[in-house]
Design a protein around this ligand. Structure first.
Ligand code: SER
Length: 310
């Protein structure tokens, strides 16, 4: 991994991943791409609509990249509002990116998600290899994506790798249209109003992770020796499992007056309830040394400081 093209570079993950990769590999070796230009970057930027395969091919070729990190996708709640659009962007974009990787022989990363699991998946300590029958379009896209990435590895020998991300919490760029977005909003509202009304109900546990741990996971997985990897697409990873009241209790350690209330959104609640409470990341730990630095309270302390600064 020496020269990397990132799609969806201005999204929640992309905006921080580009900075991280630039620090590690040099900013001229990270080609940020997105559907429109937002802010000025140190390194190269190109507009790419991932449903345009030729454009993706041309940009990858122009910069002679050796790796694609394909992040452009619609999240779970947005996908449910327009399932066909989600299919076209999530599946169309992925197969285009995989085809470009095949044509130019590139290493490949794309994230899967806890959304790739469904109501029939074991909810606690969800194993790496288990039932995946999701009931959302996003989940269908993620499972199909995992299978497609494994297929490109088996069939064409492509070096494809992925993780199943939990809800990601970060302060640089807001997530858009995800079911786990409440876990980001709660920090902004805690700083602004010392109160938050959650659209996810009390007691609804989901896996979560602070962005610095997520970025380390991507780099560690991509740098792992291929011979160490028995699995590829995609590894269970998580930092902790939490419900809204767990975030509130953690925030109250720093802002004692903080108050949590609920106004549950039935659509996003149904999605959350179809996902696991807590997945088991042991296989990722064993195969490529996955680890995290942030638990809930350590993350809360950092998030509150960073959001305040903003
Ligand atoms: N954070 C994502 C979502 O809520 C899950 O991968 O859609």
């Amino acid at each position: 991994m020496k020269k990397i093209l990132v799609t969806g570079a201005f999204g929640q993950i992309g905006s921080e991943l580009v900075t991280k990769l630039s620090g590690l590999y040099g900013s001229s070796n990270v080609i940020a791409t997105d559907i429109k230009e937002k802010n000025q970057l140190d390194g190269p930027f190109e507009i790419i609509d991932v449903t345009d395969k030729q454009r993706l091919h041309d940009v990858a070729k122009k910069y002679e990249v050796d790796t694609i990190m394909h992040l452009a996708a619609l999240l779970s709640a947005t996908a449910e509002k327009d399932p066909m659009k989600a299919w076209n962007i999530n599946m169309g974009g992925l197969v285009n990116a995989l085809e470009v990787a095949r044509e130019l022989d590139l290493q490949f990363f794309t994230p899967s998600s806890i959304g790739s699991f469904g109501p029939s998946t074991p909810k606690d300590n969800t194993p790496q290899d288990t039932l995946q029958r999701p009931t959302t379009m996003y989940g269908v896209n993620k499972v199909a994506g995992e299978l497609l990435c494994d297929y490109y590895h088996e069939r064409f020998g492509l070096d494809t790798r992925g993780v199943r991300f939990p809800g990601l919490i970060s302060y640089e760029t807001l997530p858009g249209g995800g079911t786990t977005d409440y876990a980001v909003e709660i920090y902004y509202e805690a700083v602004k109003n010392k109160a938050y009304t959650s659209f996810i109900g009390e007691g609804t546990k989901m896996d979560m992770m602070y962005m610095p741990d997520a970025l380390n996971a991507i780099v560690d997985l991509m740098e792992a020796e291929p011979s160490e990897l028995e699995h590829r697409n995609a590894f269970n990873i998580t930092a902790f499992s939490a419900a809204p009241e767990d975030f509130a209790a953690s925030i109250q350690k720093f802002i004692p007056e903080f108050e949590l209330s609920y106004d549950v959104d039935p659509n996003r609640q149904a999605i959350a309830e179809s996902w696991p409470n807590q997945i088991d990341p042991t296989v990722a730990e064993n195969e490529w040394g996955f680890k995290t630095n942030y638990d809930l309270d350590k993350m809360t302390k950092d998030m509150l400081e960073k959001v305040k600064d903003k």
